[in-house]
Design a protein. Structure first.
Length: 55
């Protein structure tokens, strides 16, 4: 049950990063200015959440 909850949290965090990375890069406090880097981080979060289900 906790694994599924962790997967949902990963999706909630990562989906906005994958779909609209420009919102994250245009913030004043953002140190990451590359939209591709934000997308890659979002994909990594999703993959780690999925891997967590099987381990």
């Amino acid at each position: 049950m906790l694994d599924i909850l962790f997967l949902v949290v990963c999706f909630v965090i990562a989906v906005p990063a994958i779909i609209t990375p420009q919102k994250m890069t245009q913030r004043e406090g953002s140190k990451i200015k590359s939209e591709m880097a934000v997308r890659v981080c979002g994909v990594i979060i999703v993959v780690l959440g999925l891997i967590n289900l099987f381990i």
